[in-house]
Write a protein of this length. Sequence first.
Length: 448
Amino acid sequence: MHGFSEENEVLAQQILDYALDRMKLDPVPLDGPQSYDQLFDAVGQTITTNGIGGERALELFDEVLSRACISVDHPRNLSFIPAAPTEESTLFDLVVGASSVYGGSWLEGSGAVFAENQALRWLADLAGFPDNAGGVFVQGGTLGNLSALVAARHDAAARRGSRPQRWVLACSADAHSSIEHAARVMDVDILRVPSDDLGRLTGENLNIALSGRQEDDVFAVLATGGTTNYGVVDDLEGIAAICQQANIWMHVDGAYGLAALAAPSVRELFNGIEGADSFIVDPHKWLFAPFDACALIYRDPELGRAAHTQHAGYLEAIATGEWNPSDYAVHLSRRARGLPFWFSLAANGTAAYSQAIEQTLTVASEAVEVIESLPFVEMVRPRQLSVVVFRRIGWTPQDYEQWSQALLKAHYAFVTPTKHGEETVARFAIVNPRTCREDIVGILQTMA
């Protein structure tokens, strides 16, 4: 298995050809899921004593397995938060895998860490963070939020003399589901602060919620820089002011929305982000990188390092490294997952990123215009970023589900319904610069 052979060279060329052919597809396929039984009937048992050979395994992936996956980079994939990696980032993802780089320590991967840190620096500058700010790329927003909150609790415990019976995390009712998961993992309670009419956590409501507490038990406030369901940005300026007054850690979950820091047209929505203690943003969402990459950035990285550095005899060799990414999150071993993002930024320049994000915002604005011009659909909430939530007048939840399934079955679009309170509605998440007004019009016409 180890050692490059003529057979490996043939297989390598086949894999590279497959990857290039996939990148050239226009449009990319929009296949759908299949059942376990369907897949087993088509593929059979692939793990055998003597192996089936690389050529056959690639053939099965190409002809069966890949066609049971939904391409996230299709311009009419508007469900959840999809992705649209640049060609440069996709190609360099192959290089990262082939290079066998360990990205956890400066000793073993200083070149990779240096490059990742330049990409993190660009994001920190967009947020107005100080020169000493820094962090790490982790798997995704769930791990990024958890790591930041662990650092926040560690800092609170170090600063406050006595610990409360139960630590408490404050956030809005519209915070991402990963926050509840993080609270369970950390065994802390959640203080749900009511949102305003726009669905935002505000400084005013936060102040009311904190003022009524008898114990100094709130260790962090989590604000959202673009909610997943609606694309709503919290009152970051007001929240930052309250957190500074109360000396509470402010973390911003910007997994989806903070990419728009690079878009001048909506930059003012994020005023106050510079007052946060930490934030996350996922390049694999709206910053055109392949899965998986979440950037976690601390205002003061030493606080993150104090919470996360692991100690063991065999780790002493890396303890003096200039910057060890393993010290800043809930992980140790890590892939240098920020490199594809760095490579694309270096190759294309930051101006291209701003233009691409502005393009998606323009299409989101056009989607609102189209919805408002049609008699059978209407907006549910005003649009802030690139998420558009609307309803088909008169439809039941079953109507939405059947419509969504029919779009995917026809290989035309992937648009899943969502919930607005108890009501089932429709939602577009536009993060692909190749999505155009005609795509939106075509999808809406299928509702007529």
